[in-house]
Design a protein around this ligand. Structure first.
Ligand code: ADP
Ligand code: MG
Length: 371
């Protein structure tokens, strides 16, 4: 493992900002820390960089304990949200800065600079100053500068946070290409789920200073281990229920008014145990008639409809006044018409027994194996 964080904690006064966080990052891996503002992401990154010293725990770089090593001896590349290039230096001087202070010979320095300018798509921009660059270009310079001296690890703290949405998407695609091309181990912080999922090999969900879940984006999305994670990545409808039967290869849960739902898989529940059952809006299909065959089905009345361009979101009133959110893709029929469901229309909602999430009440991991 390139980076291992073992149970690190950080307090500021009374406030525990990072609480026994552990992570491991493989060589060349791109790990994203995803969490809302104030959850402790930057503090974790700063401890890895050596800018903040943890109160407890250890940080290892390629097996070596660096917990108390000053930042300059770690030599990690760092890119911050706010354009952090030196305004009194040209692009070329910014990129060469780290090489100069390390006394890299001139010919090597220039070659490296030209390579990096090409890598971040800024060929010919060497003589410019930051005032002559867009925000996106400045962050490209910051990236090139942080990579100049071939750091063992690249750390990025919301690097695209201050940049408009379209440019941000281009930048993150470039970032992914660049870090994979040079194979640098990378850790990035963001509060943007789409950004995290697009970039991450593995994603760590940070909540109140704890690593709530760490895994592949796909697993975090489909098998969240807590209610927080399920809610934080995407949308989900949660209902309370009790277990009717979980002795076999499928778990049967009774929701409100005795409505049963089924989830394939082996679960360690007792009969009668209280659980949370969740299903994501895009996993549900809407039908005007009761389908002949379905694995999970429930009926309701369209209460709200929100057209969002590519999709329409419906809120559907179920029995016992529960609401279910459903998301429908607005594909066009042959005559070019989108067929929306009308308000107050009665509909059937169906979904597979392979979708859905069950969490033990108290939201501890409940999932044992999928089938
Ligand atoms: P994030 O990057 O997820 O937004 P931070 O790690 O920056 O979160 O901050 C987490 C919490 O720690 C916040 O409540 C913040 O106010 C607090 N905090 C961060 N740095 C300091 C500091 N140097 N002194 C006191 N409180 C701090
Ligand atoms: Mg931050």
């Amino acid at each position: 493992m390139a980076v291992v964080i073992e149970q690190i904690s950080k307090r500021f006064g009374e406030l525990c900002v990072v609480d026994r966080a552990s992570l491991d990052v493989a060589d060349g891996e791109l790990v994203v820390l995803l969490g809302s503002s104030g959850s402790g992401k930057s503090t974790i990154l700063r401890m890895i960089a050596g800018l903040t010293v943890p109160d407890e725990g250890r940080i290892l770089l390629n097996g070596r304990d660096i917990t108390r090593l000053p930042p300059q001896q770690r030599g990690m590349g760092f890119v911050f949200q706010n354009y952090s290039i030196f305004p009194h230096m040209t692009v070329a001087e910014n990129i060469e800065f780290g090489l100069k202070i390390r006394n890299v010979p001139v010919s090597q320095r220039l070659a490296r600079r030209e390579y990096l300018l090409g890598l971040v798509d800024l060929h010919g921009m060497g003589p410019r100053y930051s005032s002559q660059l867009s925000g996106g270009q400045q962050q490209r310079v910051a990236l090139a500068r942080s990579l100049a001296y071939e750091p063992p690890v690249l750390l990025l703290d919301e690097p695209f946070g201050a940049i408009d949405a379209k440019t941000r998407i281009q930048l993150r695609q470039s970032l992914k290409k660049i870090v994979k091309e040079i194979g640098v181990t990378t850790m990035m912080v963001t509060h943007d789920q789409e950004e995290a999922f697009e970039l991450a090999d593995r994603v760590a969900i940070v909540n109140k200073g704890r690593i709530e879940q760490y895994g592949f984006p796909n697993d975090v999305y489909y098998s969240p281990s807590t209610q927080f994670t399920a809610d934080f990545v995407g949308d989900i409808n949660f209902f309370e229920g009790s277990v009717l039967n979980s002795s076999g290869e499928c778990c049967e849960i009774e929701l409100f008014e005795g409505i049963p739902v089924y989830r394939r898989g082996r679960y360690p529940f007792q009969q009668g145990q209280r659980v949370l059952y969740g299903v994501r809006p895009e996993q549900i299909r809407v039908s005007l008639l009761e389908p002949e065959n379905y694995e999970n089905g429930i009926n309701g009345t369209i209460e709200k409809s929100m057209f969002l361009g590519d999709i329409t979101r419906y809120s559907i009133r179920l029995a016992d006044s529960h609401l279910l959110d459903v998301q429908v893709l607005n594909y066009l029929f042959i005559d070019g018409m989108v067929m929306p469901y009308e308000l107050n229309e009665k509909v059937w909602l169906i979904w597979s027994q392979g979708s859905g999430i069950i969490l033990a009440d108290g939201a501890h991991p409940a999932f044992v194996s999928n089938i």
